[in-house]
Write a protein that binds this ligand. Sequence first.
Ligand code: ADP
Length: 322
Amino acid sequence: MSSVAYTLHSAFPVPVRTEPKLSPNHRESKNRPSQAETEARRGSATVLVAAETCSGKELTIMNQEFERRVQERTGQLREANTGLAKQNEELARESRMKSDLLARMSHEFRTPLNAIVGFADLLAEQGEGSLGDAYADYVRHVSDGAQHLLALVNDILDLSRIEAGRMDLRCGDFSAADAIVEVLSVIEPLAKSKNIKLHNDVPGTLITYADRTRFKQILFNLLSNAVKFTPVDGSVQVNAEQDCEGVRFCVIDTGIGIPPEQQEAIFEEFVQVTSPANGVKEGTGLGLAITKGIVELQGGRIWVESALGEGSRFFFTFPAGD
Ligand code: ADP
């Protein structure tokens, strides 16, 4: 079978018959022209007819017109590209300015907030004399509110540092299990209040290469979420294994789970799917966005596997140490 192609060099395509492909076991009779030969002859005739319909001068004009159009279009594309590059630069500059402003504002907020939390806690201790039930209650609200604001300000500060590429990392080798023990000791009171069992199944011999403080911040975010979103009598486990990507950590809970359509969105800023039950304090909705930022800054990745009502598994990878 022959097929018709069109020459690419003309703005007004001229049909050209292409050579038919022969099968390997194709045999031709000596006397009769083969089908392929007949097709090939017909093809040459078509080209001749097409060439005859346009004189050489006309073809040259067509080619020149085509060249002109190509150049015009190339120019338009180049202009569009330059425009996009400028827009990109402007967006990056605005994003840096936003991050700078947030970082400065957060810094200014922290000092007075720390004072409010500190003095509210002093009042709540009632060392200078009894406050009475009502005032003790008001002071507790002041302290809770200020602590929430402080957490929010700290989170915004972290996030703006990540976005501006200004989060300083001091990476080194350390024992992951030891760092996790320190995090678990902070989480333990909340877990105990809900009768949630905590398991650290990370091998003591496992060495990872990362910023130890930021590693603990990641584990704190994941483990405190796991405890927050797990009903009473559940369990939370952390384990790790080394594979070709480095070390893969996993925080597993038996909690309420996350619907499939929200499993990517929860890593975005201020996305909260559910409120924690059992009187646990509402978070800022920034924890996972920060966690993802820190993991990625250190060359790792993070993802979740979860089913509603069946719990969640948060995975993240880090480079292995020596
Ligand atoms: P928050 O401060 O609300 O905990 P995060 O960014 O840490 O903010 O988490 C975002 C949302 O993802 C949470 O509000 C919750 O809806 C969901 N989530 C996170 N971890 C879990 C978990 N272990 N189980 C169920 N839902 C979770």
